[in-house]
Every structure is written in structure tokens, then in C-alpha cells.
Design a protein around this ligand. Structure first.
Ligand code: NAD
Length: 290
């Protein structure tokens, strides 16, 4: 297939590289990031879209997605699919899908889980909103970039699944970090804590796959001085999206609300900016009860 790929940062770069490695013709565009191996540099977002069967975007937020979509949709051939893999608000996903449909294009919101490790290894999970035809067309590409693709429903359903997942992730990361900090104070060895919790009922992805304690569990950003990884700002963005959605859907999410407030404090008032979201652990070990 001929693919346009816009947004080649921490996630988009390795995803595009995997598509090129699998033999697809990939034209890429990013404002700053270098071209991954096998990807041809286009002069603009619009140029990636010309003649493409599928245009993939992997951008920081909904506002940027809306502006890039407005620019590229007129350049995409009828019948092609615009597939956004960024994490954005449900309203932006639906607005872009409507705009694409009006231009005779398919559109999918297809956010991912699995982090930069999953992007590099081609083991992401895709959660997808949009039409059956759009899903069928892009499925072979999801199968290269990921290990699982779940068609969740109509436009916006993928983003709904993503923000619910990440609300759980934010809450479990905070819980894991505060439990490590408590264990430290109780004199419990961190490795022993990991050995118990990772095989007991407190286990989670945050503990087992992305342990926030350096030197414990599989390699994670904690072992790289908390360089992202998944930046605290992006976690804050996702938690705010979940709270925005909870408000508009009148859902009660007190833990999600607290997690959003803690990450806001960490990013805006403490030293969390530019650090991985698991850097909540040193934050808890440095702080005392107030
Ligand atoms: P990133 O900041 O590394 O990459 C975003 C890229 O978009 C940058 O290279 C930037 O230059 C580019 N960009 C911004 N505006 C542009 C424009 N107008 N035209 C072209 N390129 C533009 O971020 P990331 O970590 O790759 O995350 C991308 C998306 O994936 C976000 O929505 C994020 O929430 C989501 N996500 C990230 C992770 C993770 O672990 N990093 C995991 C799952 C989902």
C-alpha cells in the first residue's frame, strides 16, 4: 500500500519504520523529527496524502489533529482512509471523521496502547472507532504495527476506550508508586515488594511491565533516570481528556479526578515536566505527609 505518515515522534517514528520494513511505500512528514529508516521525506503533510491509500497521523493533541486534517483532507483521494492513531478528545475524533466522510473518505480513530517499546516491537494494541469498511482496509497495517486491533464501534469509540484505559493506568501508576514509597518507610526491600505484588492481587501493567522502581522488574524508564517513555505531560493530557469526557457524560470518576489533580501538580508545580509518568515514585519518596 501507499501510506502517508504525519507525526514521526517517539511513537510515530517506529510505527512508520515498521510499515516500511514490511514493504509498504511510506512518505513521512514531521515538523522536527528525523525520518525513520525506509521512510521517504515529504515536503509537507499534504504531499504525504497525495496518492496515498491510507494516511496515518500520530500527533500530540486534538487541536493539532484538527488543523492537520483540515489541511490534508482535500488532498486525499476519494475512497482512501484517514487513520488517526494519536490520543485526542472524542469530539475532535468525531469532527475529523465527519469532515472526512463529507469528502468521501473513510476515517478511523485508532489510538494505541503499548508505549514506545510496543511501537518499536510492533506489539501495540489498537482500539478503533469508525466504519467496517475503513477498519477492513487498515487492518493489515494494524497487524504490522501491533499485536491486537479491536474494532470498538463507531467514530470516537476508539478514543473512548483509550481514555478509559489510561485513566486506569494513571490511577494504578500512582497507587504503585505510593505503595513503593510506603514499603520503603516500612523497611521492605523493593525487590521483595516486586516479587510479591507482581504475582499477587496488586499486580498491574504499571508494576509488572513498567515498574517505577529502578533496578527492579523489567527494564523501564525508571532504569534510565525517568526519561520518557511516556511523559507526565501526556499522562496529564489523557487524564484531563477522561475528566472532560466524564463531565460531558455525567459519569462519576473520583479516582480519575484525583489522579488528574496529582499529575497536574506534578507537572505544573513540581519537577515532573519532561519526566516519565513513573517518576511519581521519587516524587512520593521525597514528600512527606502534609
Ligand atoms: P511526540 O511528541 O514524540 O511526537 C509527536 C510528533 O508530532 C512530534 O515529532 C512533532 O514534531 C509532530 N508534530 C506536531 N505538530 C505537527 C504538525 N502540524 N505536522 C507534522 N508533525 C507534527 O509524541 P509521541 O509520544 O509520539 O505521542 C504521539 C501521540 O501518541 C500522542 O497523542 C500521545 O498521547 C499518544 N501516545 C503516546 C504514547 C507514548 O508512550 N509516548 C503511548 C500511547 C499513545
Amino acid at each position: 500500500m501507499k501510506i502517508g505518515f504525519i507525526g514521526l515522534g517517539n511513537m510515530g517514528g517506529p510505527m512508520a519504520a515498521n510499515l516500511a520494513k514490511a514493504g509498504h511505500e511510506v512518505a513521512g512528514f514531521d515538523l522536527t523529527a528525523p525520518m525513520p529508516e525506509g521512510v521517504t521525506k515529504a515536503a509537507s503533510a499534504t504531499e504525504t496524502a497525495q496518492g496515498a491509500d491510507v494516511v496515518i497521523t500520530m500527533l500530540p493533541n486534538g487541536a493539532i489533529l484538527r488543523s492537520v486534517a483540515a489541511e490534508v483532507i482535500p488532498a486525499i483521494a476519494a475512497g482512501a482512509v484517514l487513520c488517526d492513531c494519536s490520543t485526542v478528545d472524542v469530539d475532535s475524533a468525531r469532527a475529523v471523521a465527519d469532515q472526512a466522510a463529507a469528502a468521501g473518505l473513510g476515517a478511523l480513530d485508532a489510538p494505541v496502547s503499548g508505549g514506545i517499546g510496543g511501537a518499536a516491537a510492533g506489539t501495540l494494541t489498537f482500539m478503533i472507532g469508525g466504519t467496517d469498511a475503513g477498519f477492513a482496509k487498515v487492518l493489515p497495517l494494524f497487524e504490522i504495527m501491533g499485536q491486537k486491533a479491536v474494532h470498538c464501534g463507531a467514530a470516537g469509540a476508539g478514543q473512548a476506550a483509550k481514555i478509559c484505559n489510561n485513566m486506569i493506568l494513571g490511577v494504578t501508576m500512582i497507587a504503585t508508586c505510593e505503595a513503593f514509597a510506603l514499603a520503603d518507610k516500612l523497611g521492605l526491600d523493593r525487590q521483595k515488594m516486586f516479587d510479591v505484588v507482581s504475582t499477587s492481587s496488586g499486580y498491574s501493567w504499571s508494576m509488572n511491565a513498567y515498574c517505577p522502581a529502578p533496578g527492579v522488574g523489567p527494564k523501564s524508564p525508571a532504569d534510565n533516570d525517568y526519561k520518557p517513555g511516556f511523559a507526565s505531560e501526556l499522562m496529564l493530557k489523557d487524564l484531563r481528556l477522561s475528566q472532560q469526557a466524564a463531565e460531558s457524560a455525567d459519569a462519576d470518576t473520583p479516582m480519575g479526578q484525583l489522579a488528574a489533580a496529582l499529575y497536574a501538580r506534578f507537572v505544573e508545580d513540581e519537577d515532573g515536566r519532561g519526566r516519565d509518568f513513573s517518576a511519581m515514585l521519587p516524587r512520593f519518596t521525597q514528600r512527606h505527609r502534609e
